[in-house]
Design a protein around this ligand. Structure first.
Ligand SMILES: Cc1cc2nc3c(=O)[nH]c(=O)nc-3n(C[C@H](O)[C@H](O)[C@H](O)COP(=O)(O)OP(=O)(O)OC[C@H]3O[C@@H](n4cnc5c(N)ncnc54)[C@H](O)[C@@H]3O)c2cc1C
Length: 559
């Protein structure tokens, strides 16, 4: 394992591959400005950049280093949507409102793409290729319904993929159907955040590191924020501190559930990785914060998951995450981890971000959960527009009020939810694979049966019927030549007569003596007149040679 940088950004692969950036000073002077942003994660940096671009003065206070937490430790999937599903949005706010929210989420992803490209940010490695959200069960209904809702209801570019299509791109026995979002992409998140900070500064924002906001007086037109060495007076204050706001404004931090997520980057896997993972974009195989992955640096896997509500040591989760990789892609059995780290995100109860003005001039920009890359961009831009242009689009988020996350009980409930959901996922997945194996076995058996029927030896033609002596002519008033033949109700149908020709000869068991005299049979009850499928059961046993030839075609045993 590589201990890349035990400093601000931890021993992550993101830290090991980050671009060089300046260390920013601590705030040491009093400032009077238009906007004070607390927190230099993606939310704070975006709002600062957008305020500065609109010509207002803005300062960012960061307790540690720019993007040292979630914003610089995440897996970098820039996706449409929110942590809440499309159908949850419709249920909550109605179809029209939900469509507008969804479109904002897409604009957020586009913001990131444009910002990275326009500013020619170094080291961002923007990788197009879309996002695959795959299922580990064979019940496609939920995914199909979500695809229909997103495509037809929201006009989103999203397509349903069958299990065959998914397995063509991800060679895993665990996967079934999936949804493909072609506009999803991935980035080096830390380099994007550092690039965004530099872009905000170029536009006029000032960023101070090691400058925790220790107190805030949000009353009055000029709000006051106090740091260890200085004070800022501002018309507007934006709280963009994520879950770390607890020291400053616990009432807001209490609306978030802390979730620690663990990430590893593997040692190079060479050609085996490309054989297993042919999809060029980002992949998630769960609705939880588990199992999100993509290829980085050509032949390494970045893989995240195993969320906990407590902070665990990343090293303790390495084997679990490697186990997930091996289970998903057994062909990568020799996989090893080279980097491991963790990051903390804040989940809201309704899984939607908190974006808006709480009291005049006091803004909240928080709760982005595991879908923070596009939504911090949406939130940052909307709040900047709200402050500078009095734009009210942010009010689309007003239905998602500040809800207490339940304190300790909330955390316990969240962790129990993770455990039970994982268990349920595992059981559902296993059942789905069993059902698939059964279907496969039945299909194999049917095709073997069909092949046997086709290759069965042509039976000897049936012996000509014994000539039956004609009964003595009955005296009749009508001459036989003129009489129309009486239809015989139980005479054998023509088809039966045809098949009788190819019916195999019945085996005769000499030891059992002559066949017992059979009761008077109607013609269609005679074996030679029965349809072929029935008479086939009495076919004589095949030779040993034929048995051996077909032995390999038998249905698989076990399972
Ligand atoms: C492991 C992991 C993987 C993830 N993967 C993805 C992904 O692939 N795609 C996706 O969309 N999202 C992902 N996320 C979520 C995403 O990273 C976050 O939602 C997003 O970065 C949150 O940004 P933020 O600015 O709100 O918070 P943060 O990045 O936590 O920034 C908040 C900042 O505020 C500062 N601060 C707090 N209080 C104060 C104070 N009093 N004074 C000064 N500064 C203060 C903190 O020091 C911190 O730097 C992931 C998260 C994690 C942890």
């Amino acid at each position: 394992m590589t201990n890349a940088d035990p400093g601000a950004y931890g021993s992550s692969w993101l830290s090991a591959t980050r671009v060089a950036g300046p260390q920013r000073p601590r705030l040491g002077v009093e400032l009077d400005i238009d906007v004070c942003v607390i927190g230099a994660g993606l939310a704070g940096l975006t709002v600062a950049r957008e305020v500065a671009r609109r010509g207002w003065s803005v300062v960012v206070l960061e307790a540690q280093s720019v993007a040292w937490n979630a914003s610089g430790r995440n897996t970098g999937f820039v996706l449409p949507g929110y942590a809440a599903s499309g159908s949850a949005l419709v249920t909550r706010v109605g179809a029209d409102h939900a469509r507008k929210l969804w479109q904002l989420s897409e604009q957020g992803a586009e913001y990131v793409r444009r910002a990275a490209q326009d500013a020619a940010m170094e080291g961002v490695h923007l990788t197009e290729g879309g996002w695959l959200h795959v299922a580990k069960t064979d019940d496609a209904r939920a995914m199909q319904a979500e695809a229909e809702l997103l495509a037809d209801g929201f006009g989103a570019p999203v397509g349903f993929r069958s299990a065959e299509q998914i397995r063509e791109q991800l060679r895993s026995p665990l996967y079934f159907n999936g949804l493909h979002y072609p506009r999803g992409f991935s980035i080096h998140s830390l380099n994007y955040a550092l690039g965004l900070a530099a872009a905000a500064e170029r536009d006029g924002a000032r960023i101070y590191e090691d400058s925790a906001a220790l107190e805030i007086d949000p009353a009055g037109v000029r709000k006051r924020v106090t740091t260890k060495d200085a004070r800022v007076r501002a018309h507007h204050v934006v709280l963009a501190g994520n879950i770390h706001l607890a020291n400053l404004m616990p009432q807001f931090a209490k609306t978030l559930l802390p979730v620690h997520t663990y990430v590893i980057v593997t040692a190079p896997l060479g050609a085996a990785l490309h054989e297993a993972v042919r999809f060029p974009g980002a992949v998630s195989d769960t609705d939880l914060a588990d199992n999100h992955y993509c290829v980085v640096e050509g032949d390494r896997l970045m893989w995240s998951g195993r969320s906990t509500v407590w902070r665990g040591k990343p090293q303790d989760y390495v084997e679990t995450l490697l186990g997930q990789i091996r289970r998903t892609f057994p062909q990568l059995k020799d996989v090893k981890a080279e980097y491991a780290w963790t990051g903390l995100l804040g989940n809201t109860v309704h899984l939607m971000p908190q974006i808006g003005e709480i009291t005049p001039g006091l803004w909240l920009l928080s709760g982005f959960g595991n879908r923070g890359l596009n939504t911090t961009a949406v939130g940052g831009e909307l709040v900047a527009r709200g402050i500078v242009e009095a734009d009210r689009t942010w009010q689309l988020f007003s239905p998602f009020a500040l809800v207490w996350s339940g304190g300790l009980s909330g955390r316990v409930a969240q962790q129990v939810f993770y455990w039970t959901s994982r268990l349920k996922e595992a059981v559902d997945g296993r059942m789905a694979r069993r059902r698939e194996e059964k279907r496969q076995r039945e299909a194999d058996e049917q095709s073997i049966a069909a092949a046997r029927a086709e290759t069965a030896p042509e039976p000897a033609p049936a012996p000509p019927p014994e000539p039956v002596p004609a009964p003595p002519p009955e005296p009749s008033p009508v001459a036989p030549s003129q009489a129309a033949p009486e239809p015989v109700a139980d005479s054998p149908p023509i088809i039966a007569a045809e098949e009788a020709k190819v019916a195999p000869i019945e085996p005769f068991d000499a030891a059992a003596g002559p066949p017992k005299e059979r009761p008077e049979e109607r013609p269609e009850e005679r074996p030679e007149a029965r349809p072929r499928e029935q008479s086939k059961r009495k076919r004589p046993p095949r030779s040993k040679k034929r048995e051996a030839d077909s032995a390999g075609e038998g249905p698989p045993t076990g399972g």
